[in-house]
Design a protein around this ligand. Sequence first.
Ligand SMILES: Nc1ncnc2c1ncn2[C@@H]1O[C@H](COP(=O)(O)OP(=O)(O)OP(=O)(O)O)[C@@H](O)[C@H]1O
Ligand SMILES: [Mg+2]
Length: 366
Amino acid sequence: MTLHLKNITLPIVEDEALEKTPSPPQIEFCSVTKMYGAVAAVKDLSLAVRRGEFLTILGPSGSGKTTVLMLLAGFVAPTEGDILIAGKSVGSVPSYRRDQGIVFQSYALFPHLTVRRNLEFPLEMRGMKAAQRATHVDRMLERVDLKDFGSRMPSQLSGGQQQRVALARALIADPPFLLLDEPLGALDRNLREQMQGELKSLHREFGKTTICVTHDQEEALTLSDRIVVMRAGEIEQTDTPEALYDRPRTRFVANFLGEANILENPGFKVESDATRPSGTVPMIRPERIYIAAATAPKRADADQRQFVTGIVEDMIYAGPLRKYYVRAGSSVLIVREHVAAGQQIFRSGDEVRLEWLRCDVRFVTA
Ligand SMILES: Nc1ncnc2c1ncn2[C@@H]1O[C@H](COP(=O)(O)OP(=O)(O)OP(=O)(O)O)[C@@H](O)[C@H]1O
Ligand SMILES: [Mg+2]
């Protein structure tokens, strides 16, 4: 379609076509390897991060998460491969010229400077005039709810308050992207959840591309647009939180993100609507299994379900959840049930019937 204006002919780009044009990645790892002696901390890693994306790197200790951030920040150089920022190789750009906001686990606030001076520091480094710095700092202190704390020393703040100062300091100079290494690692559970909300709202407001390292799976699921699961220096799977949890490709991912019943030789035939790809084992999440008395009437959609009988080995009450361990065939299945009024509670030794929809069975590589 074209639009004619006097002598000028302009092509009209349909909205739909615009939406289909993917924006170029802001950050790209191209087959990056980092060796420490004979140990590959990161192995042939390729990853593209979109502008504005909140990407979380999740993985067990020693899997290479911090090394990925160090490479991007320029604190260590790749042994092989290249890193591009906005399409340009940054191999030869020193870390102090890379301009990113960084928050490491230990906050790393300057202990001898007040909160205000901590926030002013990155602005001063960029040569901003005092009056302008003051306005920026005021605005940021207000944003992180620390308006009256500017003259305190970091040691006079709680963990959560220090964390907010660290985030504010990372954001204040408007870096092109944020690197967060276990930013909430030092906080207790309640504060951690509160700060997760804060991180999310800061991300929404500032729209900064953020790469966040954590080994807390719940945190990763809550915060991220996409999650990268790392294992021994390599990417095991990259996906949205929902896809990663609901359709893990490997047994490692299934087990690392939540609990999984891996039905490898379970002692009963596992039924499924899909054919099982070779080299895979069936898996079902504990919350997809229903537990009922062995004699309870079946539901109307019984033809879409698999039923197995079992004996309860243990029941664990965890506030809003009840977790059952049920021996069925030659395996022990974990069942997770939300506590609700009128539910029948089973005890160890009870005979029960487990059931699940056949379409809830997944296949993961062994
Ligand atoms: N400076 C170094 N010298 C030698 N080996 C290193 C160095 N830094 C990291 N490693 C090794 O590289 C691997 C990856 O380390 P990295 O710090 O990236 O792991 P991580 O995923 O961040 O772990 P954690 O969750 O414990 O912080 C580990 O085996 C580690 O021992
Ligand atoms: Mg680390």
